[in-house]
Design a protein around this ligand. Structure first.
Ligand SMILES: Cc1cc2nc3c(=O)[nH]c(=O)nc-3n(C[C@H](O)[C@H](O)[C@H](O)COP(=O)(O)OP(=O)(O)OC[C@H]3O[C@@H](n4cnc5c(N)ncnc54)[C@H](O)[C@@H]3O)c2cc1C
Length: 488
């Protein structure tokens, strides 16, 4: 089959899934006005793969069928492959300005690593390989759910007083029955499949009662007993023009809680079952972290370049870019872009061949992006707020352009370097990027999408090879002591 068109993707989402929003079942996620904007974006991403000028940069010939398949499924063997894959990510994330963080490449890359290291899934290795190949050949979209609901974070999931988290409750000849809830499936409304996996920094205790939570599997979203609860949209649909919320109306990618109401997962869909060792160690064993970091760092670069360009355009509109402190802030955004670009290139240059026969981008520079980018993004929102100032609060609905005060609007909303139409559209874009509910959700996403940054930072410190640096300071103290002694 190979790459799908946008129309095929949308058709696939009309599968009878049980997705609830604002207190009611959504009949068709592709047509519901609260979700249709995101669905349109999904369709655009898939149609891009077919464009003659992009097809070679976004797809490759499947090693199994020879059909064109998405390049994010490529299992890289050389640094050139990494660069090719990065180019593919950039096409999607430049299109969405880095605001559709869970574009399908995110999970595709993860699947490629899981399949390369399929042996690490023990008795379910074949299932892992089969799912990767199916996803690649059928161009399927998966969302992933790695974490348990927030109940009492001082206790591990097996020791909760309120037992809500999804777990295996029984086995049958046909498969494993799952009951309970999981968070948090971004892209849930727009995914064909749901992939349940461990979270890298949330290990399970090695105890009998934890085994029921040691689960990994994939199922189609419309599987009997699966219920999704989507958070409210970031804007109310039908209000004003899409120029008022140009990002919210296109790139709200949906976030869902998943409820498993005695869902039967067939044995052929099971990836991890009751094995704490596999559950806790899988990411390290399959070398997935570098691959995932390379994908999201590329997304971050696309997002940072957009925010930089937006800030510069905004500053130029009212000529505040002639002030020194504004130039300083714009330079900060240039530096962010340069740091991100350099980290990605360094990760490619220092990539290492793994024992699995795939090459893994170096985690050091990508880990740095993971910890620096949330702050960079929040700062870019702040800089846009400082540059736009009162203009961001004063900018009217686009409808005023044709309202009863059209002539006044035409006159009084001009800026030095923009007529009123462009100025309103530009300032609405800046509002949506840096101030709106959409922007708040983006800031939260950047903080948490890759796990808890606090525990992540702790793990990074613990894993860092500190010995040469500690030894260097010891040697320095001794050297200074010796030099001082010699002077005495
Ligand atoms: C917008 C968005 C999209 C997301 N999309 C996805 C997705 O598609 N798939 C997916 O699987 N996940 C997704 N996530 C979830 C993400 O994996 C989690 O948010 C992240 O792992 C943090 O867990 P939590 O939200 O449960 O926070 P909690 O674990 O409840 O943490 C809340 C606070 O308490 C602190 N804390 C909690 N426990 C400890 C501890 N033991 N020690 C020290 N401090 C602690 C944390 O540092 C944090 O400050 C998404 C999150 C967001 C915000």
């Amino acid at each position: 089959m190979g790459i799908r068109t946008g129309a095929q993707v949308l058709e696939g989402l009309r599968d009878g899934r049980r997705l609830y929003m604002d207190g009611a079942l959504v009949k068709d996620v592709t047509r519901d006005p609260r979700l249709a904007g995101g669905a349109r974006t999904m369709a655009q991403l898939f149609d891009m793969q077919h464009r003659p000028e992009l097809i070679d940069e976004m797809t490759y010939a499947s090693p199994a069928s020879g059909e064109r398949v998405g390049l994010s499924f490529l299992q890289p063997k050389t640094r050139g492959d990494l660069a090719r894959r990065r180019k593919m990510y950039s096409h999607w994330h430049n299109h969405t300005l880095g605001m559709f963080g869970r574009a399908p490449d995110f999970v595709n890359v993860m699947l490629g690593s899981f399949a390369a290291g399929a042996e690490a899934f023990g008795p379910y290795a074949k299932n892992m390989t089969a799912y990767y190949e199916k996803a690649r050949e059928e161009d399927r979209v998966a969302t992933h759910s790695l974490t348990n609901p927030q109940v009492d974070r001082t206790r591990d999931v097996a020791a909760q007083a309120k037992d809500l988290a999804a777990k295996a409750v029984r086995e049958t000849d046909a498969g494993v029955v799952i009951r309970g809830a999981r968070m948090l499936a971004t892209l849930g409304a727009y995914s064909d499949d749901l992939l349940v996996m461990p979270a890298p920094s949330y290990p399970l205790p090695d105890a009998e009662e934890a085994k029921a939570f040691a689960i990994g599997f994939h199922i189609p979203m419309a599987t009997k007993g699966v219920k999704l609860i989507n958070r409210p949209g970031v804007i109310q649909p039908g209000i004003g023009s899409s120029h008022d919320y140009p990002l919210s109306s296109r790139f709200d990618e949906s976030d869902c809680m998943i409820i498993f109401d005695d869902v039967l997962v067939p044995w052929e869909n099971v990836l991890i079952y009751r094995d704490i060792g596999i559950f806790n160690g899988i990411y390290r064993r399959v070398h997935a972290m570098g691959a995932m970091g390379h994908q999201f760092s590329t997304k971050d670069l696309c997002k940072a370049e957009f925010m930089m360009g937006l800030a510069m355009t905004l500053a130029r509109a009212t000529k505040v870019d002639e002030f020194l402190h504004i130039q300083g802030m714009l330079a900060e955004l240039v530096n962010c872009v340069e740091v991100l670009r350099s980290c990605i290139l360094a990760a490619e240059a220092e990539a290492l061949m793994t024992p699995l026969g795939i090459i893994e981008p170096a985690m050091g520079p990508l880990g740095a992006v993971r910890y620096l980018f949330p702050e960079m993004f929040r700062r870019s929102c702040e800089i846009i707020q400082i540059i736009g100032a009162g203009g961001l609060a004063m900018v009217p609905s686009y409808a005023e352009i044709n309202g009863p005060l059209a002539e006044d609007v035409k006159t009084y909303y001009q800026a030095a370097a923009a007529d009123s139409d462009r100025r309103i559209r530009l300032f609405r874009l800046a509002f949506d990027a840096a101030l709106s509910s959409f922007s708040g959700r983006q800031q939260l996403y950047e903080r948490y999408f890759a796990g808890d940054p606090v525990r992540g930072a702790g793990n990074l410190y613990l894993a860092f090879d500190k010995a040469p640096h500690l030894a260097r300071i010891d040697a320095l103290l001794e050297r200074f002591e010796a030099e001082d002694k010699a002077l005495r």
